[in-house]
Design a protein around this ligand. Structure first.
Ligand code: ZN
Length: 485
């Protein structure tokens, strides 16, 4: 099941020398191009896609017929927790898991690192912690909290791609949440420079107070009802409409809330939404007593609700499917009381396989879900060029076997902590090899091969440092929005 893939590979100095500025050609019967699969050869030079030609059976690398060539996935919602809570995940293990899951670009959340990324100094600390550890490209979200309203521009200029806020307690005391007035202030401030606010939308008025809830999942589910999401999303829509700001709702779990989202989009409110693999593939009825691995906020709901989420995937109400990878230590997830265990799911490495498995069972083709895991999140994060196989773009690629099954074993995943709600489940579709700028950074069986990931910083930050030599050879900083040559 975990056999190594052996591609037909011709002797070629350009392939054997794939540690810098690689030149190579990848041929496959099914390459994901322009929203559909077609036979093609992807030619790579200097880390970028140089051309897309007809299928060439003599190319350097010819994929087996049961493999497909995908653009590297983009995951705009990942908590790597470094510095400060590196025992929860960290840049080294987190980006390894990303590479193993076919993800070539991820965006790190402003929590649960310590310090939280709410000041330029905290961003600098995070960047220092990331240095030399990245197996894939990483960008950073900043936080919008009561303490830094009024100075968001400063953090944007330091390089974050946008701002995350909560409308209810975040789970850690040092990252406070915004009330309706704070949300209005944040969006008014961001609208002035067209900044983006991404929102954890649960209304605290509907949430149970903190404390023990017992070992039964139904009691945890009842403590975070759908109304909490609906009311919070309505508040975000109203405030975005009034201020004209751009907003994005993270991890929508309540499918009924999509009606408001559809109406807002039709009306021209600048809103996008994401959901996550766990909401699309796991069912509240299957969560075992004390199953802390399944706890997240908002919660995994029932099957009827999941049908509504899939309808949103198919009709475009949902723009992205991203992991919200939010691990903690095994000890914190193993507390049997659902009110006391850590809320967050580890899903970065298994996202594509889990979603593909569930989509296939519903008769939804891989072509339909791929945009939500590539171009969708890329657009949300302002990485417009990424997520496609197209001449001029970085050669971020993943080789995926859509028909191969495997059983998830949490301890075999690349995560720091061996926890996964899919542990023991058999999934269909597995990533074989992941390429970053044409270089293989991960191969199944071998693990991470090289750590050549770069940081992605918002344009104003890079512009501000170019004169001081940040763009010198060897600098790993990359300007967001300059994905095209
Ligand atoms: Zn999150």
């Amino acid at each position: 099941m975990l056999a190594l893939v052996t591609f037909a590979k011709r002797e070629s100095p350009s392939v054997s020398g794939m540690t810098s500025s690689p030149s190579a050609a990848f041929a496959a019967r099914r390459v994901f191009l322009g929203g559909r699969f077609a036979p093609a050869t992807v030619r790579v030079d200097g880390g970028r896609i140089a051309a897309i030609d007809a299928f060439d059976p003599d190319a350097d690398t010819v994929l087996p017929d049961d493999a497909v060539l995908l653009p590297g996935l983009v995951d705009s919602h990942v908590h790597l927790d470094e510095p400060g809570r590196t025992e929860w995940e960290g840049f080294a293990t987190g980006t390894a898991a990303a590479a193993a899951g076919g993800v070539t670009t991820l965006l790190d959340m402003p929590l649960n690192s310590d310090p939280v990324t709410t000041t330029p100094a905290a961003l600098a600390a995070k960047r220092a912690a990331a240095a030399g550890k990245l197996a894939v490209d990483v960008g950073y979200w900043g936080g919008a909290v009561p303490e830094n309203l009024g100075s968001l521009r400063e953090l944007a200029d330091a390089g974050v791609v946008g701002f995350k806020c909560f409308l209810s307690p975040s789970g850690i005391d040092e990252f406070g949440y915004l009330d309706a007035v704070g949300l209005d202030r944040a969006l008014t401030e961001l609208a002035a420079f067209d900044g983006l606010l991404i929102v954890h939308a649960e209304d605290p008025a509907h949430l149970h107070a903190d404390g023990p809830l017992g070992v039964h999942y139904r009691d945890f589910l009842a403590s975070r009802p759908p109304e909490s999401e609906r009311d919070a999303i309505r508040l975000v829509i109203e405030t975005a409409r009034r201020t004209g700001a751009r907003v994005h709702i993270v991890h929508v779990s309540d499918g009924t809330a999509l009606e408001d989202v559809r109406a807002a989009k039709a009306e021209g409110v600048r809103i996008t939404v994401e959901t996550c693999p766990h909401y699309l593939t796991l069912d509240a009825a299957d969560v075992p007593d004390g199953g802390g691995a399944f706890k997240c906020c908002p919660p995994i709901r029932d099957r009827a609700n999941q049908d509504l989420l899939w309808a949103g995937v198919v009709d475009g109400a949902i723009d992205a499917i991203v992991s919200d990878h939010s691990p903690s230590t095994v000890a914190l997830k193993s507390e049997p009381d659902f009110g006391l265990s850590w809320g967050g799911i580890a899903g970065l490495q298994t996202g594509l396989s889990a979603v593909h498995t569930a989509a296939r069972a519903r008769g939804i083709p891989l072509e339909r879900i791929l945009p939500l895991m590539t171009t969708g999140p890329a657009r949300i994060a302002g990485l417009g060029g990424l997520g496609r196989i197209e001449a001029g773009l970085p050669a971020h690629l993943a080789v995926f076997r859509p028909d191969e099954t495997f059983t998830v074993r949490a301890e075999a995943l690349e995560y720091r902590n061996p926890m996964s709600p899919w542990d023991g489940r058999t999934l269909t579709g597995i990533v074989d090899t992941t390429y970053l700028r044409g270089e293989s950074v991960y191969r199944r069986g071998d693990g991470v091969l090289v750590r050549s990931g770069r940081e992605l910083l918002a344009p104003s930050a890079v512009a501000g440092t170019e004169g001081s030599g940040a763009s010198a050879p060897g600098a790993s900083v990359h300007r967001v929005g300059e994905e095209r040559a």
